[in-house]
Design a protein. Structure first.
Length: 241
């Protein structure tokens, strides 16, 4: 009976939210932008991989060994992500905030990767992320120049932002720090990539909260602006020789 009551409660929340045209339009806007962007990502990253950037001198990386820790990275991020998504999907308004945050953060990341061309750190150990290789990169060639800022760190920051209980906050914060350290040990990111992810993800979160407080017409116009930025970045990346 408890399970049925819980399920009924979730169903009622969704029915109430979907009955609002404003909620539905805002949710569809973010989903459409996400889908359009997602199908373009593999081409974008192939273009980014072609160009030369600069290699930074990183004090932290210079003082830690380069080791393959792909498995704990993969386990940490996707274990926490699946848990967070299961919680978020039970609350439509929280899910809406998450989709807006994710879309804005992704557009931030595509833009900064283009604007700050970097070569991978010395002693890079290729990170084997099966999901990203299949769903995002779209080929078997490793993508090593999607550096500033770190998508893995950004995901962990979002997990921390969207988990609600004090215990969940503590666990997700520890997991985020562990993941950041593992990424540096793997030498797949510079320290600034990890720190930048924290800043831009938190910024995306607060921007998303602000946008969602606006009328749907205004919020949709703002999101259309973000969409336009994303398309401009993809077009410019396509001109890389």
């Amino acid at each position: 009976m408890i399970k049925e009551s819980y399920t009924a409660s979730i169903k009622k929340r969704w029915q109430t939210s979907l009955a609002s045209s404003e909620f539905t339009i805002k949710l569809l806007t973010s989903i459409i932008i996400f889908i359009i962007g997602a199908v373009q990502l593999s081409t974008y990253f192939k273009n980014i991989q072609k160009r030369e950037g600069i290699e930074l001198s990183d004090f932290v990386l210079n003082h830690i060994p380069a080791l393959d820790v792909s498995t704990p990275i993969f386990t940490t991020i996707y274990g926490m992500l699946i848990y967070m998504l299961c919680k978020v999907f039970t609350k439509p308004q929280v899910l809406l905030l998450f989709t807006y945050t994710f879309v804005i953060e992704t557009i931030f990341r595509m833009s900064t990767i283009y604007l700050f061309p970097l070569n991978p750190p010395a002693n890079l150990v290729i990170l084997h992320d099966t999901f990203a290789e299949i769903a995002i990169y779209g080929n078997s060639e490793p993508i090593t120049k999607d550096l500033f800022f770190s998508g893995h760190t950004s995901t962990m920051v979002m997990i921390w932002l969207f988990l609600e209980t004090p215990r969940e906050k503590v666990i997700s914060a520890i997991a985020a720090v562990v993941l950041a350290v593992l990424l540096l040990i793997q030498h797949v990111h510079y320290t600034i990539d990890v720190l930048g992810a924290v800043f831009f993800t938190v910024l995306a979160y607060f921007l998303a909260r602000y946008i969602l407080q606006l009328r749907w017409q205004i919020s949709c116009v703002i999101m259309a602006g973000f969409y336009a930025i994303m398309q401009i970045v993809f077009i410019l990346a396509g001109k890389i020789i």
